[in-house]
Design a binder for this molecule. Structure first.
Ligand code: GNR
Ligand code: NI
Length: 179
């Protein structure tokens, strides 16, 4: 297991479109374990592989209160979207920034699980928000792309400030999570 460094806005590597996973194997499962460890450590409720510079279509999530419901989705696709809802979002790649984003309220998702088996399910609430946020990452899209140019500029400044503060703070007191 390993905690991997998370890329931060405006890193251009976050803009690459991640590639479909051709075969789900032991290396895929190892990567999923590392993504989950990195997500829990941050702490966050979701993480996409390309946030740690792995350009594969894999996302992990855990929206449970107890942080005991890890979910890994490989090659996730949105089959259907219904309704609209606005909620506050944060992103581990845009530390310190929280803004309202409008997303579909209910979604139908198709993906492979960590054994390579086919999954299809409906999601709503925080899980639906998080899955849409993570699939956006796989497309090279960030939640700040939905904001006005002014707010995006402010987000950029805020990330720089966070990075500066982190550089002058002792490691154990670092708090970067957004969960
Ligand atoms: O930890 C996270 N919290 C969160 C809150 C509201 C909407 C989306 C998210 S995802 C985020 C982790 C992250 O950046 N995943 O890519
Ligand atoms: Ni994110």
């Amino acid at each position: 297991m390993a905690i991997l460094p998370i890329l931060e806005f405006p890193d251009e590597r976050l803009r690459k479109k991640a590639k479909p996973v051709a075969t789900v194997d032991a290396a895929t499962r190892q990567l999923i374990d590392d993504l989950l460890e990195t997500m829990y450590a941050a702490p966050g409720i979701g993480l996409a592989a390309n946030q740690v510079n792995v350009q594969q279509r894999i996302i992990v999530l855990d929206v449970s209160e107890e942080k005991n419901a890890p979910l890994a989705l490989i090659n996730p696709e949105l089959l259907d979207k219904q309704g609209q809802e606005e909620s506050d979002e944060g992103c581990l790649s845009v530390p310190g920034v929280y803004e309202k984003v409008r997303r579909a309220e209910k979604i139908r998702v198709r993906a492979l699980d960590r054994e390579g088996g086919a999954l299809e399910f409906d999601a709503e609430g925080l899980l639906a928000v998080c899955i849409q946020h993570e699939i956006d990452h796989l497309e090279g899209k960030l939640f700040v792309d939905y904001l006005s140019p002014l707010k995006r500029q402010l987000a950029r400044k805020k990330v720089r400030k966070e990075q500066r503060q982190r550089a002058t703070q002792p490691e154990p007191t670092r708090l970067r999570g957004v969960a």
